[in-house]
Design a binder for this molecule. Structure first.
Ligand code: PGA
Length: 250
């Protein structure tokens, strides 16, 4: 049985002080999540990972990116051993903003996913089509490519470490949600691709929807049979809004 998961993607928001203020309420949010029988987590900036870890150790954390090399001449990058040193085991890979602004491709995602799994870590792999691709009705072709290249080397024995997030680019930060039917259709399609590759293990892999998820609509998405949770940007930033997301799941 797949558990429901709400994951906040804080992007380039919150100083360390602001992250600590949020984490001070982390235990309160975790108790609410426990009552609702769901899991929660946040992906702050690299600088705030250890702040949250110390302030609220039980809150699941993810980094927003990582380099695939373990060390070397890659100015500005962070490596897997650096994340492991501070106890981080989940990393968002291929967020559309990384693809759009930092030239990340399906192939670089593949290298990062391979490196994470070699280190027994958990990739939270983001896929999704642009507005242009959506309007040309090629969403499934785009997803197919992102899944087949990104996960090309992932063996069945590692597949249960994956989390996939379907985030249509046109719905991120725009307030223009994909309907719950679209979310279900594409999450179901992703699961069918995972089934082709990994068989029954696909039924254990969490697939999240992301893109303008808010307290008002989180319930509708999470009712869908193949939507196992949400990756949430703007609405995950305040404790109050995160509380409402948790309370509105059921
Ligand atoms: P949003 O961002 O909830 O602000 O649309 C989602 C994401 O980018 O993961």
């Amino acid at each position: 049985m797949r558990r429901k998961l709400l994951f906040g993607n804080w992007k380039m928001n919150k100083t360390r002080l602001e992250a600590a203020e949020f984490a001070n309420q982390g235990e309160y949010l975790l108790q609410l999540a426990k009552k609702a029988d769901i899991d929660i987590g946040v992906a702050p900036t690299f600088l705030s990972l250890d702040v949250i870890k110390h302030t609220c150790p039980a809150l699941r954390l993810a980094a927003q990116n990582v380099h695939y090399a373990s060390k070397g001449a890659f100015t500005g990058e962070i490596s897997i051993p650096m994340l492991q040193e501070i106890g981080i085991s989940t990393v968002i890979i291929g967020h559309s903003e990384r693809r759009q602004y930092f030239a990340e491709t399906n192939l670089t995602c593949q290298k990062k996913i391979d490196a994470l799994l070699e280190n027994n870590m958990c990739p939270l792999y983001c896929v999704g089509e642009t507005l242009d691709e959506f309007e040309h009705s090629i969403t499934k072709d785009v997803i197919h490519e992102q899944i087949s290249v990104g996960l090309a080397n992932v063996k069945p024995a590692d597949a249960n470490k994956l989390i996939i997030a379907y985030e249509p680019v046109w719905s991120i930060g725009t307030g223009k949600n994909a309907s719950k039917e679209i979310a279900q259709d594409i999450c179901h399609y992703i699961r069918s691709l995972l089934k082709d590759k990994y068989g029954d293990i696909a039924d254990e892999i969490q697939i999240l929807y992301g893109g303008s998820v808010k307290p008002e609509n989180v319930h509708d998405y999470l009712l869908m049979p193949d939507v196992d949770g949400a990756l949430i940007g703007g609405a995950s930033l305040s404790v109050d809004s995160f509380r409402q997301l948790i309370e509105n799941v059921h």
